[in-house]
Write a protein that binds this ligand. Structure first.
Ligand SMILES: [Zn+2]
Ligand SMILES: [Zn+2]
Length: 278
């Protein structure tokens, strides 16, 4: 089992928001929440430079998203509506898989000590496991900055395509661009959707509706990921792929291949932060 813990060394205890958590038989300092020593240290590593990067990405993303949406609206035609719908749903499925892959990669491998990448991009994943409700206290910029960054280049490429192609060519590529736009939109929204899945009070009724109908990640569904050692249900956009990927042992197989090739054990850094006592 990851991090060197066997099942017999842990006992299950209720976590924040009712999740099941496992606790070592040896008592340690607070195992989760904002008072956890690791969570306090990780929260302090959020720097003004990182904040600035997030602001820039959010502004660029919103501008490009509006520009692309405008072009999609003015070029809309009912002719290939079935392909448009397939494109939108395909984009959502791809975004869900991408969210799982990135989340799994950051949870399972790498370290906060990695130069630049560690503090900027792995830190939030470590913080989230030991203080899962911290995300509900993050503002719009901190919640969405990194996801906005991931989609800036594809969205800029899409905007360039829209202003440079002929109307005939536009008609041909329209369903494909709907797929790319849906993918970009749902990748951008992923951490906002994830934040909503941790929010138990004051959610708008339309968000609850989308969660209840499993169009976006439902709260109860995401709790499965928050069972230590956080080794399954990594998809956090719609969560549609979690069950099938778990059923075929997708993440376990991938981890086995990587461990066999590199000798690295999964979740070593995540486990180290969970165990911090000072
Ligand atoms: Zn995680
Ligand atoms: Zn979460």
């Amino acid at each position: 089992m990851a991090g060197g813990l066997s099942g017999s060394e842990r006992s299950t205890v209720p976590g924040p928001g009712g999740e099941s958590w496992h606790q070592d038989s040896e008592p340690v300092a607070a195992r989760w929440g904002s008072q956890h020593p690791g969570a306090r240290e990780l929260a302090q590593l959020y720097t003004p430079v990182k904040r600035f990067q997030e602001w820039v990405c959010v502004i660029l993303n919103i501008a490009l998203m509006n520009c692309n949406f405008y072009h999609l609206v003015i070029n809309f035609s009912w002719d290939h509506i079935h392909l448009i719908l397939i494109g939108i749903i395909g984009g959502m499925i791809t975004a869900d898989f991408a969210s799982g892959l990135v989340h799994w990669g950051a949870d399972t491998w790498g370290s906060v000590d990695l130069p630049i990448l560690g503090k900027a991009f792995i830190r939030p994943f470590r913080e989230h496991h030991i203080d899962p409700t911290a995300i509900t206290r993050h503002d719009f910029i901190e919640t969405n900055g990194d996801n906005c960054m991931l989609t800036v280049i594809p969205l800029a490429n899409m905007a360039y395509t829209f202003i440079s192609v002929s109307p005939e060519a536009m008609n041909d590529i329209y369903p494909w661009e709907c797929y790319v736009f849906s993918l970009g939109l749902f990748v951008t929204l992923t951490n906002q959707i994830h934040k909503w899945s941790h929010t138990y009070f004051g959610l708008p009724s339309w968000v609850c509706f989308l969660q209840d109908w499993h169009i976006i990640l439902p709260r109860k569904h995401h709790r499965i990921h928050h069972v230590c050692p956080h080794e399954t249900y990594f998809c956090i956009t719609t969560g549609w792929l979690n069950y099938p990927l778990e059923k075929i042992g997708f993440w376990k197989t991938l981890e086995g291949i990587i461990q066999a090739l590199t000798g690295n054990k999964p979740r070593v850094d995540d486990f180290k932060w969970t165990q911090k006592t000072k």
